[in-house]
Design a protein around this ligand. Structure first.
Ligand code: NDP
Length: 476
């Protein structure tokens, strides 16, 4: 069914989304702050579909039929507010504004409240897949009222990636739910990439393999349980040679990983929610450490390592152990990410279907992976599961690889190779399964210095010990 939609913000994402919409038979009314982008789009791709260029916001709004459907694709933050402030007063009751930028979910909550009060629908829409996905089919995560989704859902579904005949687009939940899950998606992406980088580093430092050889290992892994877009492109990057020097591409790139901020947002939100997303946090911090050039230079000159040479007899067994460590740590990272989604939904009152979410991440987005089929199945079969790790399939998969995982983490520690992702994932796994945690000692300390009280294993209630007096315990 063809429809009409307005797109404002025609940089790379907006232009490609507009082309995707036009290619699917929709009439696309175009607007951009500076008209040059609108003209360039029509000039280069006007023949791809039904584009209607407009030169002003007023013209843009007037050209659209009611209820108007508009998607904003501008820089997140203040520019998005500026565009909303300009367009919203010109709209009429029942019109739908969508924000497809990488908005912070709390901004989306605020905008939803303000625009709803004006009788408008607001749909904060996470879009993943980069510029290529925007053009050929992204994973789309819209959040807003059910009424709004009824108006724009079919349009969004028509341009999304498709897996097993299903569009990678679902109504995620009310208000900021779409941008919240997009944020966690990006956090998981950070963790996934950190784990991949650690696996590469272990194979290089442990076995002395060349980047191209390691690329072959990743290509092989991509045929099994780890099959995913990120593993596939890792093989491509590792096999790439720098044209200028003939050196492996990874050796000519400065080893400082940059970040735009969605990983940091994920961790900040997790701290607010009290959810341990240690894999994502380690990934964000590992990027930060990589960027601390001065500290690294100073440390390289004076901090001693273990002084060992990693002597590995069975190379194939080591490669397999690294694969197991990668898979197990990845399961932990996804378990933590979905945990954050569960807690966020609970905290903010959103009804998020985790199985549907895992299904729309199977295509179009950066973390797309066969593995997400399994995750969708878990949440379908066990809607009340408290962590992915206890599900039969993942429990068996992780425990089968546990020996390799432990060997890799221990070997890395012994030989001075940093593995914050693998190590923290293993500690999380051991922390979750521990019958007793040393948290009881922490409670004791807190009670001693701050009279913070504690609970006992053998009776109800809160207690305090009179540490400074006779050590008597009193009910708190
Ligand atoms: P940019 O984030 O670079 O934003 C450029 C666009 O924003 C231009 O159209 C620009 O207009 C417009 N703009 C900036 N400030 C204002 C303002 N004050 N008022 C009106 N318009 C303004 O473009 P991208 O295409 O890279 O991304 C668009 C959105 O999509 C962003 O929110 C981004 O985070 C998100 N996103 C990007 C992905 C990517 O891979 N790039 C992936 C997923 C989401 P002008 O031409 O006049 O300067």
């Amino acid at each position: 069914m063809s429809d009409q939609i307005g797109v404002t913000g025609l940089a790379v994402m907006g232009a490609n989304l507009a082309r995707n919409l036009a290619r699917h038979g929709h009439q696309v009314v175009l607007h951009n702050r500076s008209q040059a982008r609108t003209d360039a789009l029509v000039e280069a791709h006007g023949s791809e579909g039904d584009f209607v260029p407009t030169g002003s916001v007023a013209d843009f709004v007037q050209t659209l039929q009611r209820p108007r459907k508009i998607i904003i694709m501008v820089k997140a933050g203040a520019p998005t507010d500026a565009v909303i402030d300009e367009i919203a007063p010109l709209l009429e009751e029942g019109d739908v504004l969508m924000d497809g930028g990488n908005a912070l979910f709390t901004d989306t909550v605020r905008r939803t409240e303000a625009l709803t009060a004006q009788g408008l629908h607001f749909v904060g829409t996470g879009i993943s897949g980069g510029e290529e996905g925007a053009l050929n089919g992204p994973s789309i995560m819209p959040g807003g009222s059910a009424e709004a989704y009824e108006l724009v859902g079919p349009l969004l579904e028509s341009i999304a990636a498709v897996v097993d005949g299903e569009p990678c687009c679902t109504h995620v939940g009310e208000s900021g739910a779409g941008h919240f899950v997009k944020m966690v998606h990006n956090g998981i992406e950070y963790a996934d990439m950190q784990l991949i980088a650690e696996a590469y580093d272990l194979l290089r430092q442990g076995l002395g393999m060349s980047p191209a050889e390691i690329g072959d290992v990743f290509a092989d892994w991509n045929t099994g349980d780890l099959s995913s877009y990120l593993i596939e492109i890792t093989a491509q990057v590792l096999r790439h040679t720098d044209a200028e020097t003939g050196a492996p591409f990874v050796d000519v790139v400065v080893d400082e990983a940059e970040q735009k901020g969605t990983g940091r947002w994920t961790v900040q939100s997790a701290l607010d929610l009290g959810v341990p997303v240690s894999g994502i946090a380690e990934a964000v911090f590992a990027r930060a450490l990589s960027g601390h050039r001065e500290q690294r230079r100073a440390a390289q000159q004076v901090l001693p390592g273990p002084g060992t040479t990693w002597d590995i007899d069975d190379r194939d067994a080591f490669v397999e152990s690294v694969r197991q460590a990668l898979y197990a740590s990845k399961v932990v990272a996804y378990a933590q990410g979905f945990d954050q989604i569960t807690q966020g939904a609970d905290q903010y009152g959103w009804d998020i279907d985790r199985a549907a979410l895992a299904r729309i991440w199977r295509g179009g987005c950066i973390i797309r992976a066969d593995f997400l089929d399994r995750i969708a199945q878990v949440f379908t079969d066990e809607p009340d599961v408290t962590t992915l790790l206890t599900n039969d399939y993942f429990r068996a998969a992780v425990s089968a690889g546990q020996e390799g995982w432990r060997q890799v983490v221990a070997g890395a520690a012994r030989n001075g190779v940093p593995v914050p992702g693998f190590g923290s994932a293993l500690s999380y796994y051991d922390g979750l399964r521990a019958e007793r945690l040393p948290a009881s000692l922490i409670q004791g300390l807190r009670d001693l210095f701050g009279a913070h009280t504690y609970q006992r294993v053998d009776k109800e209630g809160s207690f305090h010990t009179m540490w400074g007096e006779d050590g008597r315990e009193v009910p708190a």
